[in-house]
Ligand binder design. Structure first.
Ligand code: M6R
Length: 625
């Protein structure tokens, strides 16, 4: 989507870890601690900070949360204006104080924070052990720190030592290096793990995610793979790790601080659910040509011919993004009559997929950093496919790897459970379906009808949100259930999957989604008077069949919660609870029917006392296999 040259890597690193580095005129400690808090949503299990105080490296690190780290530091004693901080998500070595970052070299004068995985760390460690070095932690990152220290001993040049080390290592890194030898310099580098470099007034801030930067500046450089930036108080230089100067194109961050704060809501997830009328509007803004019954997608202009001639589309993604791909399949096949396959990115990347030259592969990702999706995209590219992206995070790895694409413009999504990103992906997919349909057989009249229906969606989402009181009561009634079943057909089958995923992610209730007609092939055995079954039963051409399914559940004393179309007078006679949604075209219904399910899982999780925004074991972007 963004045009850049790349050196490819096979995997992304553990970028749910967070990086913050600061050099400027203010106390670094406060800025770094605030930055780490902004990155908490990514998931982590330990945190640490290092500053240079009167020529000495002062490092504090702790297993647990940033709040635990805060307890062991005294910001009034840390007055330095240069420093680095990190939140770690353990891969090599358990989450404890010692394995937490920053890690230092043998002398304790050079320290690093590192996201990523050093694949050849054992070989390097072996050599360093033979040379007499010892190690405190079990991490690959400490090996890199000691390696840089060893190279510094030989070169007496920090930048050169970093460059030499990075050319020797296999694997991935988002890295920041700081040393008392050069106390006014920070060096950051990237391969596979994002590094964003913010340029402020008399200050620079480096982070793994722009959320930690936006408070300070909007001017950023996204480092490329194998690129580094050397920063001192007078300025900065971007270059490759082979020492070739690079352009360092400056971008403007598009979101604002408000969008990464809770704004009066109890949780980010609830705020993000309530943002959907406006995020949906943002996703379609300037893209719908209602009078022409068409769509303008500037990001796809360069691949218009490829799309027109595509014999098949393959959509790849994970989790919620995979679910939106399934809805996209139904939409595109219906409107554009192009065969669509939707695959889990994790399966696609390993099963030697058959790709024809006329295939177009579309990667869907909120974060743009999901390792499986990135690797699958690379696989498709290697096999000659045109690769497109539907990505939320601007400048992310997946966005940069695609030939073209459409940003979903949902703004930063902080809650681990994806909500607004899903409906924005559906917005883009509906536009894409209309765009492809118009390239094929869809008439301008039909196109206009659809364009009007798409443009009416935000007020319908708003209506659902404004009439959602009953959902809280339903959540309360079923919060103690052990299991939930979600059933839907056609366009609403992926919504059933998404509803079940939402519930299990944040409330830890076991939930399964099925195509409703599959119930009788197995899941019906589960139904008794303890089993809540959510039916997405909106009025479409499979409505009668859904009603039969409801009867089957009722006959076995299951409790039916139905999502139904406004004006449906029949449904309340058969369902225990009904949540009504406004009418729209069947292909757009998933955008509405998913909203009550998001709220149902949210209120259930709250009722069960769960950590809604940071559910256990989950990270916002899954950047490891
Ligand atoms: O950032 P992505 O869209 O690539 O992430 C894919 C999944 O990891 C993600 O959707 C995950 O399933 C969410 N936790 C769902 O709420």
């Amino acid at each position: 989507m963004l045009r850049h040259s790349h050196n490819f890597q096979n995997i992304l690193g553990k970028t749910m870890c967070g990086i913050v580095g600061y050099i400027g005129s203010k106390p670094a400690c406060t800025i770094i601690m605030n930055g780490l808090k902004r990155l908490e949503y990514r998931g982590y299990d330990s945190a640490g900070i290092a500053t240079i105080e009167n020529g000495i490296l002062v490092i504090s690190k702790r297993a647990g949360k940033v709040a635990d780290l805060e307890k062991i530091i005294n910001p009034t004693e840390l007055t330095s204006t240069i420093g680095i901080g990190h939140t770690r998500w353990a891969t090599h070595g358990e989450p404890n104080d010692i394995n937490a970052h920053p890690h230092s070299d043998f002398s304790g004068n050079i320290t690093i924070i590192h996201n990523g995985i050093i694949e050849n760390y054992l070989a390097i460690k072996k050599k360093l052990l033979l040379d007499g070095y010892s190690f405190k932690s079990e991490t690959d990152s400490e090996v890199l720190a000691v390696f840089i220290g060893d190279l510094y001993k030989r070169t007496k040049d920090l930048e050169k030592a970093v460059r030499l080390a990075l050319t020797e290592i296999d694997g991935t890194f988002g890295l920041v290096v700081m040393s008392v030898y050069e106390p006014n310099t920070l060096i950051a580098a990237r391969r596979g793990s994002p590094i964003v470099f913010g340029i402020g007034e008399d200050e620079y801030i480096i982070a793994s995610d722009a959320s930690a930067i936006i408070q300070h500046t909007r001017q950023v450089i996204y480092l490329e793979d194998n690129e580094m930036v050397v920063i001192n108080r007078e300025g900065y230089t971007t270059k490759t790790i082979d020492n070739q100067t690079t352009n360092g194109e400056i971008h403007e961050l598009e979101f604002d601080l408000k969008s990464i704060e809770k704004g009066g809501f109890e949780h980010f997830m609830l705020k993000e659910i309530y943002e959907q009328p406006s995020t949906f509007r943002d996703a379609i803004r300037g893209r719908l040509l209602i009078e022409e019954g068409n769509v303008k997608l500037g990001g796809l202009r360069v691949v218009a011919d490829k799309l027109r001639n595509a014999k098949r589309l393959i959509i790849i993604g994970c989790g919620t993004s995979w679910h939106s791909g399934l809805v996209g399949e139904y939409m595109i096949e219906r409107l554009a009559q192009i065969p669509v396959e939707v695959e889990y990115a994790s399966e696609f990347r390993y099963r030697s997929p058959i790709i024809y030259p006329d295939d177009v592969v579309i990667a869907i990702s909120q974060s743009g950093e999901t390792a499986d999706t990135y690797a699958a995209l690379r696989e498709a590219k290697l096999k000659g496919a045109t690769v497109l992206g539907i990505v939320n995070v601007v400048g992310s790895s997946i966005a940069r790897e695609t030939d073209a694409g459409v940003y979903s413009h949902a703004g930063p999504e902080i809650g681990v459970a994806s909500t607004k990103a899903f409906t924005s992906q559906l917005a883009v997919l509906s536009l894409l379906a209309l765009y492809l349909g118009r390239l094929k057989n869809v008439s301008s009249i039909e196109g206009k009808r659809l364009a009007e229906a798409i443009s009416a969606i935000p007020e319908k989402i708003q209506y659902i949100l404004d009439h959602s009181d009953s959902i809280k009561a339903i959540a309360k009634e079923y919060a103690h259930a052990q299991n939930f079943l979600y059933l839907g057909r056609g366009y609403n089958f992926p919504v059933a999957l998404e509803g079940a995923l939402k519930l299990k992610e944040i409330s830890y209730i076991h939930a399964e989604g099925y195509p409703a007609a599959e119930m009788k092939h197995g899941p019906i055995a589960l139904i008794d008077d303890n089993m809540p079954v959510v039916f997405i039963a909106t009025k479409d051409d499979v409505y009668d069949k859904i009603l039969s399914g409801i009867e089957e559940v009722r006959a076995r004393k299951g409790k039916v919660i139905a999502i139904a179309s406004e004006g449906d007078t029949q449904i309340s006679k058969v369902a225990s609870h009904v949540i009504y949604v406004p009418n729209t075209l069947p292909m757009l219904m998933p955008i509405l029917s998913v909203i009550p399910l998001q709220l149902l899982s949210y209120y259930t999780a709250v009722e069960r006392g769960c950590n809604v925004d940071m559910p256990r074991n989950l990270a916002k972007s899954v950047t490891v296999e």
